[in-house]
Design a protein around this ligand. Structure first.
Ligand SMILES: Nc1ncnc2c1ncn2[C@@H]1O[C@H](COP(=O)(O)OP(=O)(O)OP(=O)(O)O)[C@@H](O)[C@H]1O
Length: 323
């Protein structure tokens, strides 16, 4: 074959590859096919059903170093999901230092209730847009927030709302959702009793950390910390702090069913997080590498380096440096 012919042949092959990649008719066809044949999510037991056993297993095997949070959340979600006729929506308020698993556990809850987990159209995450709107925007934000909750619960009564950084949220906005969290059988014809509200915040994190430090200083085992040991410190620090949660009256009106404390994580938990992350990425969990990543984080108290300053938060980005 002459050089010109080879050149032409290569040119044709190359152009065909570029063409297929650009227009990718097979992929488009596959996407259309899947879209057509994948049933869309609906608000029924085919798409929403609680897997109690799976949830217990997940909490025990995936959530590290949170024996109290694990127990409280298991009891709360199990009790609520078993009740066919709850008197109010489930309201959980998760508190603790950064990177200790509050968002993570919300995802575990969603994954065991909704077939599509966090991708479900019945799970809604609300965050920074609710923090501190300008005074002129406040009424618009409030109306939008209320409407969003109302529309979604009208669409599916088993909706879940996750409010991130709740302590940063404008008290007036928190105030505006109070009616949905109570015992009303319905509001304007909509019942909110089967909805789940999860509030995430760092409020109270310092006092939880202080209690964990006190136990450690006294040479006591972390697992000896009981909910009772944290309930008082948590409520007094949340009550005394100058945050939206307290100002909104959400707590004084007893609308929160469970306050869930998250403990600061220790070195061994960070190692577990890194190993889990490797597994999730399809890599073989490597203890040496996990140690390297964990050692790279900051710990306190400085002298003994017991608790991770950022929990397991930054490990995802860090562990790529070691691969
Ligand atoms: N206790 C834990 N057990 C297992 N994995 C954890 C735990 N804590 C954190 N992680 C891992 O670290 C990541 C970040 O944690 P997460 O977002 O849940 O922290 P957070 O407590 O919500 O922090 P923040 O208060 O800053 O929002 C999670 O996606 C998870 O992979």
């Amino acid at each position: 074959m002459k050089a010109v012919q080879i050149y032409l042949l290569l040119h044709v092959v190359f152009s065909a590859i570029v063409l297929v990649n650009t227009f990718n008719p097979f992929k488009k066809f596959k996407d259309q096919w899947e879209k057509f044949f994948t049933p869309s999510e609906s608000c029924d037991s085919e798409w929403i059903s609680f897997n109690a056993e799976g949830f217990k297993v997940d909490l025990e095997s995936k959530l590290f170093g949170q024996h109290i949070a694990s127990l409280v959340i298991l009891k709360a979600v199990n009790g609520f999901m078993r009740d066919d006729n709850p008197k109010k929506p489930l309201v959980l308020s998760l508190h603790g230092p950064s990177g200790t698993g509050k968002n993570f556990v919300s995802k575990l809850i969603a994954a065991k209730i909704y077939k599509k987990g966090m991708d479900s159209s019945f799970v809604h995450v609300l965050n920074s847009e609710l923090h501190f709107p300008l005074q002129s925007q406040f009424e618009t934000y409030k109306t939008q927030l209320q409407q969003r909750i109302k529309d979604n619960v009208t669409n599916c009564e088993c909706s879940m709302f996750i409010f991130d950084e709740m302590d940063q949220m404008h008290p007036g906005l928190i105030d505006s959702i109070k009616p949905y969290l109570g015992y009303h059988s319905n509001l304007d014809g909509v019942s909110y009793r089967k909805a789940i509200f999860i509030f995430l915040s760092n409020a109270g994190g310092e006092s939880i950390t202080q209690t964990a430090l006190d136990f450690w200083k006294a040479g006591r085992d972390r697992e000896e910390i009981k909910l009772n040991d944290l309930e008082t410190v948590l409520s007094s620090s949340v009550f005394n702090s100058n945050n939206g949660l307290w100002h909104s009256g959400l707590i004084t009106n007893n609308l929160v069913d469970f306050f869930v404390p998250f403990l600061p994580l220790e070195y061994r938990h960070v190692v577990q997080c890194v190993m889990a992350e490797m597994k999730a990425k399809g890599l073989h969990p490597d203890q040496n590498m996990a140690d390297k990543v964990a050692k790279d984080l900051l710990y306190f108290p400085r002298s003994d380096k017991v608790f991770s300053v950022s929990g397991c938060k930054t490990i995802c980005t860090r562990y790529h440096n070691y691969i």
